[in-house]
Design a protein around this ligand. Structure first.
Ligand SMILES: Nc1ncnc2c1ncn2[C@@H]1O[C@H](COP(=O)(O)OP(=O)(O)OP(=O)(O)O)[C@@H](O)[C@H]1O
Ligand SMILES: Nc1ccn([C@H]2C[C@H](O)[C@@H](COP(=O)(O)O)O2)c(=O)n1
Length: 688
């Protein structure tokens, strides 16, 4: 997951391959609650691991459920069997509507029956998301619910005992959020031991497919709710939750929409396959596939899998009632940028009370790309940008702490004008899809020339590696420590019995053997460790001897040629910071930013001395100074890829700078080369 302040997505081209979706948020949180309310143990597989499920699990544990982690996406929940193990709890539910609404209803019923006091709160935005219709229904039922802040919004307190009035139908509004009805349907089986309970919906029920998911999951947990149209629901007398023992959570159909869109937008010779959700999905957002088809996408699939390819291009404009697919419909708003006419999304009033006011947010952010966007109380009209690239601007997208804004905006990176897209606060995807961007990189491609590289070259011990790692960390980029490759080669030579002293290297046969070793070098970098084949050689390669051997073998032209492609292969999405001696001059001559880093040799010797001392190694400063000078002289004098600044490099002498000062200098230089406005606030305009 990216925790950087922003993430720049280079222009994307191709989309093909296979993605595995994370579990559905809607199913995950419903199943967790149902498992907690049932008696016995429920094993939940393919559970979504995200902010929203984490707050639900945390709440259930506070309420006395035992939750056992069996794997990254598998938990076992020991249910409470309709009882209360704790009579008091303060539950923090983040911004998870799928936790706040059902837990409020379930705890209101349980507290009424068994007594107890429970407070439910969330992040500030959660306290702006309405819950009044649910509270009204619970109060009609006889539950004791108190607003702790503003009327109509969390935080809330529910308490009991209280006498529940179950004979008359319970009325709830269905036109603001279907989660209120879902919450009642999940809670009321707890009170239906002796009488049937009827819930009647006032107004037109929105997001019906989400209620359908609720009904299907209730059925799996032993409660068959009778549905009369979408206005009346009856929970039978004697209803009792029974765990099915094991539940597999479907992949998230809303999350599938981003990959369906990617497949529809990217010209590819192969299909993009989406696993975890398919034609037999119980999730309403699978209907997004029909909307994408209407826009021209070619989609086929099986029960649990979809295959998507680009069809009509530009996409066909559409005018759609999106009431049934409120979440996935956001993806259509971005696809509309690529259409052959204006697209209108109707009946999306619920967007206004989601993680943010999504109608306003979407309109504001799409305008940054250059689009004309009109909005109404419950509709959005997006006018397309040129399929030939005209009108597109590079935009820095504010994401409003809304995961879907971030994921949607990433799709603008397929723009034909090849403008990059900046996603501010990419971490917000943690709500439902923490690894969204990493998953995206697996199936999309950019032209290598469009993937940014920052080169940091310079003499030994000037701080290149430290600076490169810090800059990469701030930008979410990969790091290439090219010196480590030469160091690994020195080590591989030593292990293979190939001499690397100056005299031996003059022998053409030795040079040939070294080049052959370099071509097959089993180098691996993972989790901050460096591997040669199966051996973790992190400490060994950082030794002074390994540095000296690296300097010697790196002077051979055949060795450098053998390692060139391996280094260029590091140019991967979303970008790269490469440190070495010839990053800017030879390996990435087209890099948009090249830094030549220096520091006085005495200062470098002092830093190396301190570095070794911190590792428990002892050396004399004088020896280190001499060694650095020898190494630098050799690196500067060799016939190929000699150490020198690239002609277009910016010089940075950090002798008197702290690490952070150097990092800030490079980040400022980088920012100056980016086409985004420097202000990252909501509503800032992108520039072309
Ligand atoms: N600006 C700086 N101020 C003070 N110390 C620094 C600075 N930059 C780096 N250092 C320290 O200097 C030491 C050497 O840095 P680093 O290993 O990054 O250098 P390098 O150029 O990559 O070396 P090599 O060429 O041997 O790989 C580290 O201990 C690092 O923390
Ligand atoms: N791009 C590079 C990187 C390194 N080398 C050689 C020369 C260095 O002395 C040696 C070790 O590098 P370090 O790990 O200290 O950065 O490897 C090179 O020739 N080209």
């Amino acid at each position: 997951m990216y925790t950087t302040a922003f993430l720049d997505i280079p222009p994307l081209r191709r989309a093909a391959g296979t993605v595995r979706l994370p579990g559905s948020k809607s199913i995950s949180n419903r199943v967790l609650l149902l498992a907690a309310l049932s008696a016995g143990r429920t094993e939940v597989h393919d559970l979504l691991d995200s902010d929203d499920t984490r707050v639900m699990l945390q709440a259930l544990q506070q309420l006395g459920c035992t939750v056992q982690r069996l794997g990254p996406t598998t938990v076992a929940v020991q249910g409470l069997g309709g009882q209360l193990a704790q009579r008091q709890a303060q539950l923090f539910l983040g911004n998870a509507g799928t936790a706040m609404r059902p837990l409020t209803a379930a705890l209101a019923v349980l507290a009424a029956q068994h007594g107890g006091v429970f407070e439910l709160s969330g992040v500030p935005r959660m306290h702006e998301r309405p819950i009044g219709d649910l509270v009204d229904a619970l109060r009609l039922l006889g539950a004791d619910v108190t607003y702790l802040g503003q009327d109509g919004y969390p935080p809330l307190r529910v308490q009991g005992p209280a006498a529940l009035r179950l004979q008359a139908p319970i009325r709830v509004r269905g036109d603001v959020s279907s989660q209120f009805l879902t919450a009642l349907l999940l809670a009321l089986p707890l009170a239906a031991q002796h009488h049937p309970i009827t819930v009647e919906v006032d107004g037109e029920l929105i997001s019906k497919p989400y209620v359908d998911i609720t009904l299907k999951l209730l059925q799996r947990f032993g409660v068959a709710v009778q549905r009369d149209g979408w206005q009346r629901f009856t929970i039978p007398a004697g209803a009792r939750y029974r765990t099915p023992g094991t539940v597999h959570v479907e992949g998230d159909a809303s999350a599938a929409s981003y990959f369906i869109a990617a497949g529809a937008l990217a010209a590819s010779d192969a299909a993009l396959t989406i696993e975890g959700v398919g034609l037999a999905s119980i999730q309403g957002d699978i209907a997004f596939a029909d909307a994408a088809r209407a826009m021209g996408a070619h989609i086929d699939g099986e029960a649990n899998r979809l295959h998507v390819r680009r069809g009509a291009w530009p996409l066909r404009a559409l005018d759609l009632d999106c009431n049934a697919i409120p979440d996935a419909a956001m993806t259509l708003a971005v696809m509309a940028l690529y259409a052959d006419g204006p697209c209108t999304l109707r009946n999306i009033g619920s967007w206004r009370v989601k993680e943010t006011d999504r109608i306003a947010a979407m309109a504001t952010e799409l305008r940054k790309f250059g689009a004309v966007v009109e909005e109404g109380p419950d509709w959005l009209r997006v006018h397309p940008l040129g399929a030939d690239g005209t009108g597109w601007r590079a935009a820095s997208v504010y994401t409003y702490d809304d995961h879907r804004m971030a994921m949607c905006a990433s799709l603008a990176a397929f723009n034909p004008a090849r403008r990059p897209v900046r996603i501010q606060d990419p971490r917000c995807v943690a709500k439902t899809f923490p690894d969204y961007f990493e998953t995206l990189w697996q199936v999309v491609q950019a032209d290598p020339a469009d993937i940014p590289v920052i080169c940091i070259d310079g003499p030994s011990a000037c701080g290149k590696g430290t600076l490169a790692a810090a800059v990469a960390q701030r930008l979410g980029y990969h790091v290439l420590d090219s010196g480590a490759l030469y160091r690994l080669l020195g080590l591989a030579a030593q292990r293979a019995g190939v001499p690397t002293d100056d005299a031996a290297l003059a022998d053409a046969a030795v040079a040939e053997r070294l080049a052959a070793l370099a071509a097959q070098l089993p180098a691996r970098f993972a989790d901050g460790r460096i591997w040669l084949g199966d051996d973790d050689v992190t400490d060994e390669v950082r030794s002074q001897a390994a540095g000296a051997a690296a300097s010697r073998v790196s002077a051979l032209p055949a060795v450098r040629a053998a390692l060139l492609q391996a280094q260029r292969a590091w140019r991967r999405l979303p970008g790269l910071v490469a440190d070495g001696r010839d990053m800017g001059t030879v390996v990435f001559p087209d890099a948009p930013l090249k830094v030549y880093l220096t520091a006085g040799v005495a200062e470098r010797a002092r830093r190396r001395y301190e570095q070794l001392r911190a590792r428990g190694e002892h050396a004399s400063i004088d020896d280190l100074l001499a060694e650095l000078q020898t190494r630098d002289a050799r690196d500067r004098a060799r016939s190929v890829a000699a150490l020198k600044p690239a002609e277009d490099a910016l010089l940075l002498d950090n002798t008197h700078q702290s690490i952070e000062q150097s990092v800030q200098t490079v980040l400022q230089w980088w920012q100056q080369r980016r086409p985004f406005a420097p202000d990252h606030g909501a509503g800032d305009a992108g520039s072309s």
